[in-house]
Design a protein around this ligand. Sequence first.
Ligand SMILES: Cc1ncc(COP(=O)(O)O)c(C=O)c1O
Length: 400
Amino acid sequence: MGFIADSLNRIQPSATIAVSTKARQLKAAGRDIISLSAGEPDFDTPENVKTAAIRAMAAGKTKYTDVDGIPELKAAIVRKFARDNGLDYKPSQISVGTGGKQVIYNALLATLNPGDEVVIPAPCWVSYADIVMLAGAKPVFAETRLEDDYKLKPEALEAAITPKTKWVIFNSPSNPTGAAYSKDEIKTLTDVLLRHEQVWMLSDDIYEHLIYDGLTFHTPASVEPRLMARTLTMNGLSKAYCMTGWRLGYGAGPETLINAMRKLQSQSTSNPCSITQWAAIEALDGPQDFIAKNNEKFVERRDLVVGMLNQANGLRCPKPQGAFYVYPNCAGAMGKTSASGMAIATDADFVTALLEEEGVAVVHGAAFASSPAFRVSYATSNEALEEACRRIQRFCGNLK
Ligand SMILES: Cc1ncc(COP(=O)(O)O)c(C=O)c1O
């Protein structure tokens, strides 16, 4: 028996963080690297939010707070759910954590027992499955298909549910595919859940505001109010408000769940940063017009990247309607050899050779439970994207 706990052997370090770290190290060593691996916008936090943080510090808002959020922030979150989603929550149904990641972590750790199952549509965000496994439970991947723009079909959801299923995790717009579901598409999935009363819905809405082409965002609890009593609607400031480093996420759901999450958080991190919480009120209540401006840039970049990747030999890249990722399939590159003689048997080989030979960092599909593919984050400048896509085209063109 080693010193490290068995539970830690069940999980992997975050692959996206690993790729970003490697790209940063190579850059620091003088290599010409373009990293398309980051899960964060390149835009800065809005000035009014920064000013609110400075004001909070000056006013001495620098002490411990209530474990799962100050009442003023919970009130702002209640207003947000009513305004944006037509959802009517009470402050006692709100939990605020250090990032959306902690909210998801708390919810899963507070509810899962060994043997429980959690259905996760794949491709999926890297952390869901690992958090489930840390809790001793089992992730069950429900496959989506490129032909369906990586959106889950009700039949696939139905087939993945068993008597042991405790949660279904839903994420629209999605990391890593960018897939954004319409109201009708969500309804086909909530209809399935109505037939399985023991199953809870965890809706990860963190990319809510990053939605394009006129599509309107919807969340399962508002599409199917009968699921409210067994849904955790989770969201956060990292993506739309360009606040990844501030660490603030929140969730809303039934009090029994929220109370259990608070108990867990009281014995781990306690409250999220007090200054961030005051700034979050300004983010949620203040002007929102910068979001549309950022989205215009994201759309331009998405179109550029999808166009160029579809011209690369062996790649197929759908055009998604949300987030800042695309997820090209690279089946056409499997079994080939790169210019420097590296054998490409998996998507991990593909991204390793691409980084070595062309200095472009992307994340392999296996990290998102769906291969062979890779994730491109287009949250960077048009110039960097164009150059990176040219290099990817050259890399694919050289495969033999
Ligand atoms: C789908 C998804 N959910 C949750 C998170 C967590 O974000 P944060 O902890 O910064 O709020 C991320 C971040 O990458 C994400 O992509």
